[in-house]
Design a protein around this ligand. Structure first.
Ligand code: PRP
Length: 209
């Protein structure tokens, strides 16, 4: 039985659809209940819904063999897992954004508000830029409007949130999409079953492209 951690929410439902199309269906997963664990013994899979940012924790610690996590989480926390496949869904980008009238003075320390402090720190360290990081947990877009920060580092998907708050992308930091990840020792132990799953999922990803 492979334990699979899915990110709760719209992305997770899409991703489950890909697993089902790849031959790993478990119809009860989509039942509208408060249940969190679902099993299809015949197909050898047990799915469970977890908070998207927790998927990598379950997989790294072996509570899940397999999971689907955003590249943003993988870049930020660098969990010790194998990244097996780009699912090419949940596509967005990590970007620096600022108010439309923002002019960067490179001699001044830049105030950066973000949930992704490691990604932001790495990005500016590579440029040799001095920054002051302000860690926030959500509604990051408000920070520059209220002069809490000069810029933000955040996820941009459609750009609607930025637009509605008079912000714009200044630079792209990294492209983001959902990735299939595996626990390292479980991978070695279940290599045949996991590789078969990757192969079937890859086919579905390619068909969708
Ligand atoms: C993300 C991100 C932006 C928004 C971008 O938030 O932090 O606020 O999506 O999407 P858009 O470009 O399509 O407008 P999310 O809804 O994932 O949750 P969060 O507020 O917890 O970050």
């Amino acid at each position: 039985m492979l334990n699979i951690a899915l990110p709760k929410g719209r992305l997770g439902e899409k991703v489950y659809g890909m697993f089902a199309a790849a031959g790993y269906e478990c119809p009860s997963v989509l039942e509208n209940s408060r249940k969190l664990i679902f099993e299809n013994e015949e197909k050898g899979v047990r799915y469970f819904w977890v908070k998207p940012s927790d998927v990598a924790i379950y997989v790294e610690r072996g509570a899940a063999d397999i999971g689907v996590a955003g590249k943003d989480i993988l870049l930020e926390y660098e969990p010790d897992v194998y990244e097996l496949l780009d699912m090419k869904t949940g596509i967005c980008r990590m970007a620096v954004a600022a108010p439309k009238d923002f002019h960067d003075n490179k001699r001044k320390t830049l105030k950066v508000a973000t949930k992704f402090t490691n990604i932001a720190a790495d990005y500016y360290a590579k440029q040799g830029r001095d920054i002051d990081i302000i860690h926030l947990n959500g509604s990051i877009e408000i920070a520059p409007i209220l002069h809490l920060s000069d810029v933000i580092v955040d996820i941009v998907e459609t750009g609607k949130t930025l637009k509605e708050n008079d912000l714009e992308v200044v630079e792209t930091v990294a492209p983001i999409s959902a990735r299939l990840i595996a626990n390292k020792s479980s991978y070695k132990f279940n290599v045949k079953a996991v590789e078969e799953m990757v192969k079937s999922l890859r086919k579905i990803v390619e068909e969708k492209a």
